[in-house]
Design a protein around this ligand. Sequence first.
Ligand code: SF4
Ligand code: SF4
Length: 378
Amino acid sequence: MGKVAITRINNYEPKEVEGALTKAMETLEESQPIVPSNCKVLLKVNLILPAKPERAITTHPEIVRAAIRFFKARGCDVSVGDSPFGLSTERALNGAGIMPVIVQEGAKAASFDKRVTIKVKDRSLISSIQVAAPVAEADVIVNMPKLKTHGLTGLTLAVKNTFGCIIGLEKSQYHIRFPDKMIFSRMLIDLHHAVKPVLNILDGGMAIEGEGPSFGGKPRWLGALIVGENAHEVDAAAARMTGFEIDEVSTLAVAVEKGFLKLENITFPLCKPEDLAIKNFVKSRSAMKAAAMTSWPFTMSFFRNAITATPYSNENCILCGECIEHCPAGAISEGPERVLIDEKRCIRCYCCIEICPHGVMSSKRGWLQGVASKLGMA
Ligand code: SF4
Ligand code: SF4
């Protein structure tokens, strides 16, 4: 642990991506293999929505192809899966352009439809959790997130990607159970440690900036493949590259607080984050520093409404009902021309921004957020 292999990719051409992944793996496996030969590998990709690869919402199919080839060359039995909100893994794999790659490369699609309970060791919040069966059945999980902004956690990276191991709409229950973003992030870390991916391959080629992690955000080329055994370290590298401070990414803030992440221990044997850093990467309007979320005013609803961004839909809402169905707090209702948000009920999970298939859900800053920003709180 401690080593994060960052390689540059100039495009998603198969040769370019395969070369970058091989270089990263040779560097990380210098002394011993991380993924043993002939084992059952699950590639846990990001399949939040059935979006085309150019939208940069899901793990790029060519990154998946490179990983399949790499592990199949080792004699491994490789499957690929994730659990999107409200639709089957197969449909999402097809929509994201990953299914043809799975078929061409002789891998399998793992259906995340049956659940099993796994224990959480060294827990902070939860002692057991129900995840999709393929997660428990694999010998080895390889986590394959996409680098994207996120309204709740600041960025969604390797640790957050394991949230997709929870089946479909059951994810909503966790937002209700842990509405505070710092506590939610503690739960995410418990889950991540229970799922225990042995390797993280972060697709930072085309990232999402702004109102990510879905159609509300904008694709932006970063050209990085970030690979490491420790998800917290991979996430810290991605944050540095995109100009986020540790306390602007709630999963990183919690990892540091709990002693899971020691920034001084990370080494970069290939590129350094600064080599591929980009200027003015646009953060989500909803993102907020950890300090603001744990301070006493946040617990009062008046201050919460003033200091946090509120979701809203613009005039292009077609009233498809997706956000109404998936809002964990039941805070969205149908208005005459677009959906309406009940600010008092809304727990600021920003799932509605994440799942709106038409990219019309966004957020507006609370009136005190500008002041909080000047005070270094938001
Ligand atoms: S998901 Fe998007 S388009 Fe559909 S009702 Fe909600 S805001 Fe409107
Ligand atoms: S309105 Fe959006 S942000 Fe608020 S609770 Fe519902 S899904 Fe979450």
